[in-house]
Write a protein that binds this ligand. Sequence first.
Ligand code: NDP
Length: 327
Amino acid sequence: MPFDALVLRQHEGKTQAQVESLELDALPAGDVLIKVDYSSLNYKDGLAITGKGKIVRDFPMVPGVDLAGEVVESEADAYPVGSQVILTGWSVGERYWGGYAQYMRVQSKWLVPLPDGLSTREAMILGTAGLTAQLCVQRLQNAGITPDQGPVIVTGASGGVGSLAVSLLAQQGFKVHALSTKAQASAQLKALGAEEVILWADFMQEAPKMLEKSIWAAGVDTVGGDTLAKVLAQTQYNACIAAVGLAQSPALNTSVMPFILRGASLLGVDSVMQPYAQRLAAWEALAKNMAREHLQSVAAEICLAELPEYAEAITEGKIRGRVLVKL
Ligand code: NDP
């Protein structure tokens, strides 16, 4: 039974992406076979497909760090045939074949069951971005941050992680200030619950100083670089900033001043290797807390053949919200 997959191959040192027809016996070993309903496009997928980042080491590779679908063959007691499942992270789409295929065989230890009340489509509008946004919110809340402490900044706010973080934080009662390079994203960010939208060009008019006026009780940073340095310089006393991405730069040139004079904390968040129990809890929280109308409003839907074009766009910071891939 042939099916479609996006396959990455290397030709003269360059990554080439093409939709190919595969047979089930071409798939890697694993204890469950999944009929994939949806995948999604994340920044990392963009780097993998375009070859702009060293994400994929072994070729040929089926990329796609996310997938959701139904188990159609199983040797795993926890996931009988007919189970609906989600897979994000665990280096799938990087070291192991991933979600850009109509069928994929994977290891059941990477799966979580689809939470009650969430469709596979909604799960992939969320995907790695939603899981990561939820982990950031939990990290801030576990650190004791509460809405009465003051405004929370979200950087890269119109991107996947950013827009879902804006929505989740606003749902939890936080006053969210959304930082975006895109003036045209302002109305959508307000609709997701942002109290203020700050234009990145205004925010970054002056290079970050060691300390600036205290503003932020907390933050979710998806871009790194000087933007994060500026956010740190503007922290309130005892603020917590969740650092999750590097869309601007992996570099961080800052000083110890926000940490030693304001008691600020920089909290790293990783979704890829997150243990099962925490993953499950985060997905259940997402199913409970995520505003369904926000999910629909941030989603664009594409097919496998459109991935190379969208991959280029996401690496250039041109995508708004989440890109859903229908298999
Ligand atoms: P997106 O491309 O969807 O979002 C990134 C956003 O960052 C863009 O939409 C843009 O938003 C902003 N941006 C892009 N380039 C620049 C720039 N040069 N300067 C300032 N802002 C910029 O990506 P994702 O949401 O999928 O991922 C965001 C980051 O988080 C990535 O670095 C990704 O690798 C990382 N990530 C980390 C995870 C983890 O587990 N730690 C999991 C998921 C993602 P705007 O125009 O609104 O400013």
